[in-house]
Design a protein around this ligand. Structure first.
Ligand code: ATP
Length: 355
């Protein structure tokens, strides 16, 4: 099921420049989470801190019972093996063909035989749809293939956590959609927790189970996809509507007078459009993060605003509750929606239902 990442009070600065401070969130095990934020808000710095490439000034990153920033070097090295990282450009070695690039971590970090290495490399290349390209050099393939090769390499050590930095950078919308489908299919097939940094609103709206938004040196929000996609927060609405109106300015946040002027003119970031269906795995696999409506909220102590949680069949559980009670609820099941925030308890919902 992957592992949960629990971040507590994380703060990072470079000299006098505070990148973000007191960031706390729990990235649920086995689910896909997306991190958004205006350029320069420190999303890449956050990824690098999670994997131990940058040391935060203070705070904790709990991976199970290990607090990453406070581990001795030897244990940090071991814990890093739990992570697979896909960097923006795939970070491939230009002089090696794809097979050797993907085999690299196995040859560096394990004592596996060449026949085992070959089997694993081919298995991962198949997972990302790259079989047949093993002899190509990075310079001979497209940007999308480079990302998939980088992804295969990030997978060879069977990571528990997969960190992905801007998979959409340099890709057209169609290739981005294909790559997103690879992530979703992968997530259903392997046991890993995914965190994807992206600027692509379509990805954020359809791919993840959870969304976070970094803004003004803080984590503005983190929660289930549906929570952010129905948020009333101006900064969330501005970002997801890709609007110039709202607190985010050209290079940093707007000042109070600019915001006042916008308000006087009646400008507003606008309502968010209806929540689109979540992208599902192909071949009928279930999403790893699929669970009963309301389960995440219950586990995390979030009480959703009435009507804002809708399952992947588009049912609003507040409105649908009477129908659920009439037709689906087994004898002895609760008969009032308030007993379970957002929907029925585990095991009492249709296939694929989601809060
Ligand atoms: N090693 C470093 N030393 C000093 N400053 C750094 C370092 N790495 C990043 N920064 C600074 O931290 C800030 C955040 O950078 P980061 O790349 O994490 O932003 P980002 O949110 O990922 O941006 P983008 O969306 O444009 O990729 C930037 O101002 C950057 O210059």
């Amino acid at each position: 099921m992957g592992v949960e990442i629990r971040v507590e009070g994380l703060t990072k600065s470079f000299g006098r420049q505070v990148i973000w401070q007191d960031v706390s969130l729990t990235i649920p095990a086995g689910e896909i989470s997306v991190l958004l934020g205006p350029s320069g808000t420190g999303k890449s710095v956050f990824l690098k801190s999670l994997v131990g490439l940058l040391k935060p000034d203070r705070g904790h990153i709990w991976i199970g019972d290990r607090d990453l920033p406070n581990l001795p070097e030897s244990q940090l090295y071991e814990t890093r093996k739990l992570f697979g990282v896909l960097f923006q450009d795939g970070a491939l070695f230009g002089s090696m063909n794809l097979f050797d690039n993907i085999a690299f971590p196995l040859r560096e970090h394990t004592k596996k035989s060449e026949s085992d290495i070959k089997r694993i490399v081919f298995e991962k290349m198949e997972l990302v749809g790259l079989l047949g390209a093993e002899n190509k050099l990075p310079g001979e393939i497209s940007g999308g293939m480079k990302k998939r090769a980088g992804l295969a390499r990030a997978l060879v050590l069977d990571p528990e956590i997969l960190l992905v930095d801007e998979p959409d950078s340099g890709l057209d919308p169609v290739r981005t959609a294909f790559l997103n489908q690879v992530f979703i299919d992968l997530s259903a097939q392997i046991n890993a927790t995914f965190l994807i940094v992206t600027h692509d609103i379509n990805t954020a709206r359809t791919v993840p189970d959870n969304i976070g938004l970094l803004y003004q040196r803080n984590l503005a929000m983190f929660g289930p996809r549906e929570m952010l996609l129905s948020s009333e927060e101006p900064v969330v609405r501005q970002f997801l509507n890709a609007s110039k109106i709202g607190p985010i300015g050209m290079s940093e946040e707007k000042d109070a007078s600019e915001l006042e002027a916008e308000a006087k003119m009646g400008h507003d970031p606008g309502k968010l459009p209806p929540i689109p269906p979540q992208q599902m795995p192909t071949n009928g696999l279930l999403r790893a993060g699929q669970h009963a409506p309301g389960a995440w909220c219950a586990a995390h102590g979030v009480v959703p605003p009435p009507g804002s949680f809708i399952d992947d069949l588009g049912r609003n559980w507040v409105e649908e509750w009477p129908r659920y009670v009439a037709s689906l609820a087994p004898a002895g099941a609760p008969t009032a929606p308030g007993q379970f925030p957002g929907g029925p308890p585990p095991g009492q919902y249709g296939a694929g239902a989601k809060y």
